[in-house]
Design a protein around this ligand. Structure first.
Ligand SMILES: NC(=O)c1ccc[n+]([C@@H]2O[C@H](COP(=O)([O-])OP(=O)(O)OC[C@H]3O[C@@H](n4cnc5c(N)ncnc54)[C@H](O)[C@@H]3O)[C@@H](O)[C@H]2O)c1
Length: 342
């Protein structure tokens, strides 16, 4: 494929996230960079050619090389819908940063805008491209753990001061709510949650969620902006042992149950429970998740089979679960989600 056949991608919003998309679009040989839009300019120096930084979408669309094939929407979450309206309306495919929108109503409207415009869309739940989580899921699907008991995620760390429009549930826990569904193999059926507001902001800064998937599997997630060190850990416990992914380091380890020595004596086996067996840390190919995400989106646009993108409908489902988490925290009750259409 010549470089002229490569898809040209633009970035909307050159902030903490958009600057990384811009870096990859400029350096990955599998795609081309069509420019970036930010009314605040390029404050991180993310774009090497200053002529490709625009203040408005109209300027980007009128650029000499023509409109981009696709745009990455990396503006603050509450502006996703407005940005998608402008881009999709001009025939540009959209990869929308997570969470898909600030509310489930906005997310539904966004899906309608994309559908009516006849363009393709996906959500940037980038954790699904983390090598440790991809490898974890593959091993779960191969049956390494046998029956799954529980998925537990932990995503804690200091507050990134830039997030103003949403709380930790929509900004950060949406990663976890997407992951547990993806790893557990079924939509979330119910959640019970507690939140805390320790920083005096309008939005919550800590959440604890316990939930159940439609296939009966259990999960819990601990997510906050209050912990003085960053932890990103996903544990999946099953009948044969436990897989642990550290997504900051892209490490995956397996803790096997020991072979029990009480065979033929069921009462003793039940009494002693599980014993510690071998631990294996896997050697993984570590590719940057964001580059993989952009490549998968390009594969979708080229019509390739099996492009591993997160659909807009899945993105909506995750925002709806986040709203159920907030409703549960507000009421103190367990909240059931609408059953997914099967
Ligand atoms: N996938 C991830 O792990 C991850 C991590 C961080 C943020 N995000 C998501 O990325 C999005 C942006 O977050 P951030 O942390 O980069 O925010 P940020 O505040 O650092 O950057 C947002 C940028 O958008 C610009 N902007 C605002 N309105 C605009 C408009 N109409 N057109 C163009 N640019 C505009 C702002 O000037 C700013 O530079 C959010 O949806 C967030 O949830 C995802």
């Amino acid at each position: 494929m010549g470089s002229h056949d490569l898809l040209r991608g633009a970035v909307l919003g050159l902030g903490m996230m958009g600057r990384h998309h811009a870096r990859i679009l400029q350096s990955n040989p599998a795609m081309r960079f069509a420019g970036a839009v930010d009314p605040g300019g390029d404050r991180f120096g993310a774009v090497s050619d200053g002529a490709l930084v625009f203040a408005t979408v109209d300027e980007l669309l009128a650029a000499p090389d023509g409109p981009p094939d696709f745009a990455v929407i990396a503006v603050p979450t509450e502006d996703h819908l407005r940005a998608v309206r402008e881009l999709a309306g001009a025939g540009v495919h959209v990869l929308v940063e997570k969470p898909l929108a600030a509310t489930a109503d906005d997310a539904r409207e966004l899906i309608g805008v994309v559908r009516d415009a006849g363009v393709r869309g996906a959500v940037g739940h980038v954790e699904r491209c983390n090598p440790a989580l991809r490898a974890l899921r593959a091993r779960v699907q191969e049956g390494l753990l046998g029956d799954l008991f529980v998925i537990a995620t932990e995503r804690v760390g200091p507050f990134p001061d830039r997030v103003r429009d949403v709380g930790v549930v929509k900004d950060l826990a949406t990663h976890d709510l997407d992951l547990v569904r993806w790893l557990g193999g079924a939509p979330i059926e119910r959640v019970a949650a507690q939140t805390q507001h320790r920083m005096g902001r309008q939005h919550e800064d800590l959440v604890l969620v316990t939930g159940r998937l439609e296939n009966g599997r259990a999960f819990n997630s601990t997510v906050d902006w209050l912990t003085p060190t960053k932890v990103r850990r996903t544990r999946v416990l099953g009948e044969r042992g436990m897989l642990v992914a550290d997504t900051l380091r892209a490490d995956l380890s397996f803790y096997a149950n020991a072979h029990v020595t009480t065979q033929g004596w069921p009462a003793m086996q039940a009494l002693r429970g599980v014993a510690e067996g071998d631990m294996t840390r896997y050697a993984l190919e570590r590719r940057e998740p964001l580059a993989v995400e952009l490549e998968e989106f390009c594969a979708l646009l080229r019509g390739e089979d099996g492009a591993a993108v997160v659909t807009l409908e899945e993105g909506l489902e995750t925002v709806a679960v986040a709203e159920a988490v907030l409703a549960s925290a507000a009421s103190g009750e367990t909240v059931a989600l609408e059953p997914s259409p099967s």
